[in-house]
Design a protein around this ligand. Structure first.
Ligand SMILES: Cc1cc2nc3c(=O)[nH]c(=O)nc-3n(C[C@H](O)[C@H](O)[C@H](O)COP(=O)(O)OP(=O)(O)OC[C@H]3O[C@@H](n4cnc5c(N)ncnc54)[C@H](O)[C@@H]3O)c2cc1C
Length: 263
């Protein structure tokens, strides 16, 4: 590790000022510290959000859960109200990485990082969630812009994510054994605004699949998903899986997710 300064602000306003002046946000450090050790990132100042109480916790507001950006995966996965009302979200959080990653990793860090194989972006996009920042609110459809890229501006902090609670939802993934990240993951919701299907791990970033959404809007059944042909031309091909394999996984995992959502 190399020399850097560390600030521990006690509130969002002070954190936002430090970040606007060039500081780099530190959440659970699960991605950032590893990339600093590898010299892929070399911030001169870290702004640790760990002391800001207002960023931690889960509130139910009407038919939505508002989850603070510094809430750890472990706390979402074990939250009794989330488990009862939105079990797919709790299951997703409870199946991220390993226990250490879940104890330290945060929802805000996951969303801000927008790893193309991360689990949370698929839940945010499939739920039509809203990302609340230190400056504004951003709809999930406008937030994820591609590989490790989001609509966040310089100096902008995620403070919370607001998830409308769907009528039905489920998340299915196939883990890539070496990293534990999903090779492909599919999050399906059925709610007031219809059916939404978000895919992670297969492309340049999380994306919605219109063909699956249209088929499931007509008939919310595994058979309807099975009938959708997945175009592999824009999907990733690497040493772990070909694009054709990932296309097949999208179809199979969607069928499993719909079956689980109906159970
Ligand atoms: C071994 C391993 C396995 C993993 N497996 C999975 C998996 O299966 N599924 C999965 O989804 N994820 C997985 N992860 C990722 C993990 O869940 C973390 O969410 C992710 O690494 C981000 O970590 P963090 O929250 O500690 O954020 P940090 O590493 O502290 O920050 C990540 C980035 O986000 C920025 N940032 C953090 N918080 C904010 C904020 N509030 N506002 C603005 N910017 C912010 C930081 O500046 C940094 O650029 C894995 C990680 C590891 C190390």
């Amino acid at each position: 590790m190399y020399a850097f300064t560390l600030e521990r602000p006690a509130n969002v306003a002070d954190a936002a000022k430090l970040v606007a002046a060039g500081g780099k946000v530190l959440a659970g450090g699960q991605t950032l510290l590893a990339s600093m050790k590898l010299r892929l990132s070399a911030p001169e100042q870290l702004v640790d959000l760990g002391g800001i109480k207002e960023l931690v916790g889960i509130k139910k507001e009407g038919n939505a859960f508002v989850i603070g950006a510094m809430t750890r995966h472990l706390d979402v996965g074990s939250h009794a109200e989330v488990k009862a009302a939105f079990p797919a979200l709790a299951w997703l959080a409870d199946h991220i990485g390993d226990r250490q990653v879940r104890a330290m990793g945060t929802i805000g860090g996951s969303i801000a990082n927008n790893d193309p194989a991360a689990c949370y972006p698929s839940a945010v996009l499939a739920s039509g969630a809203t990302i609340v920042t230190s400056k504004r609110e951003i709809a999930a459809d406008d937030f994820f812009l591609g590989l490790f890229t989001t609509a966040l501006e310089e100096g902008e902090l995620i403070t919370a994510i607001r998830f409308p609670i769907p009528k039905r939802a489920a998340y299915e993934k196939l883990r890539q054994k070496a990293s534990n990240f999903p090779l492909v993951g599919v999050f399906v919701t059925q709610g007031d605004s219809g059916v939404r299907v978000a895919v992670t791990g297969a492309g340049n970033g999380v994306f919605r699949h219109k063909g699956l959404e249209d088929a499931l809007a007509k008939s919310f059944s595994p058979e309807a998903a099975a009938g959708v042909k997945i175009d592999s031309s824009d999907l990733n091909s690497d040493l772990h899986a070909s694009a054709a394999y990932r296309a097949n996984l999208i179809n199979v995992l969607t069928q499993r997710a719909v079956k689980k959502a109906l159970a």
